[in-house]
Design a protein around this ligand. Sequence first.
Ligand code: NAP
Length: 429
Amino acid sequence: MPSSVVRIGLLGCGVVGQGFLRLLRERERLIRDSVGATLRVTRVAVRDPAKHRECDLTGIRVATDPLAVANAEDVDLLIELIGGESMLEPVRAALQRGISVVTANKHLLAVHGGELERLAADSKSTIRSEASAGGGIPVLQALEHGLRTEHFQFLVAILNGTTNYILSTMERDGRDFAEALQAAQSLGFAESDPTLDLSGADTAQKLAILVRRAFRMDVAYGSIPTEGIIGMELEDLRQADRFGYTVKLLGIALLNSEGLDLRVHPAFIPKRYLLAAVRDEFNGIYLRGEATGSMLFYGKGAGALPTAQAVLGDVIVAAREFVAGVRFLGAAEKHEPERRLPLDAVRTKYYLRLIVEDRPGVLAQVAACLGGTNVSVAQMFQAEGIRGEASITILTHEARDRDVREAVKGIAKLPAVRKTPRTVRIFDI
Ligand SMILES: NC(=O)c1ccc[n+]([C@@H]2O[C@H](COP(=O)([O-])OP(=O)(O)OC[C@H]3O[C@@H](n4cnc5c(N)ncnc54)[C@H](OP(=O)(O)O)[C@@H]3O)[C@@H](O)[C@H]2O)c1
């Protein structure tokens, strides 16, 4: 006899948890019709049970121990909305006893995703994490279902709303980095400690999660070469505009015969690219598949209701599986051995901006450094500055990443170079 009630244990009742409970209440009938059973939250774990919340917890056992909820007999499905490494133990405990898990925890999936998926497969449960990458954009479900058998060669994505908001604000309003960061913080798009976002680590975590699903490869997110947007100057965005580009923090996964080229860094992208139109706090995931061709997934990467909707989408699939006694994700998924193209060998174009002494012969010295490592110049622009300085902007042809970095090291040592050269890769392929 199929279950008429699916009992849920909810870890966390903060921004996303409260959003989830609101959707659960407001969409009750639709959910029941979709699942074929009622979803009932039986237990919630929070840090402070006495705290006032914008949701009705009547009839729910509210306590402080996430592990006890994960192990409770009256929980058929665990939703983890606390976040962080400390959730590994409760999530493992649930999976080990065959309880499926839905989580928004990108750290957990990026660091332990492979292990947790194997654990789930062994115990005939599942772990889903739509909200962990791309927030409210249902890209992981698309990869899990409709695109499950597709072969992808190309995934390029804007996965961090904070940095995208900062770059968009700098470009549109002519504000400098510090002002744009402050605006992002005052609107609630950036944490009070925005290091994870600005350093690119948040994007690298989300990229690792997407790559596991799209390329069926387990990637340790810490092994992804990662650069963030700290140090980006307004002048770089102005120069990008001059040459027909816009600046985005990209998560890049390109598969070719040499291996998977994985990296996170800010990049100049042509204004004609669909991703160039992904502005402010929005995210965009561009995929190219063998059969499907190009696709762009676009939407909100965070926020209470977009994220809660992504969680609810996963919960509905997991609850249907529970009711039907089947599961669609897990053991069948064979992961390919990881074949990586090292960053040194990646071929890319570069933007360089130099502040130099404005005197004859300097340009020749710069050109000699570039030529010395086989980097050729595609375009150049020189502007006279103040105090006997000149600003030189160079766009290179495609060259090996290591060769450009070597050339830039040489340029930085030239006595006529007044400031550390600014460099940004150009993603135009
Ligand atoms: N917010 C977003 O837009 C967004 C987007 C995508 C993904 N996510 C992910 O979603 C998850 C939840 O984020 P959030 O924004 O909802 O966080 P949040 O507002 O800070 O809520 C966290 C919840 O966890 C509870 N909690 C924290 N530590 C606990 C502990 N040791 N034991 C028991 N309960 C504990 C808190 O309890 P108290 O309420 O009692 O303090 C709170 O209810 C995170 O993994 C986050 O990365 C969030």
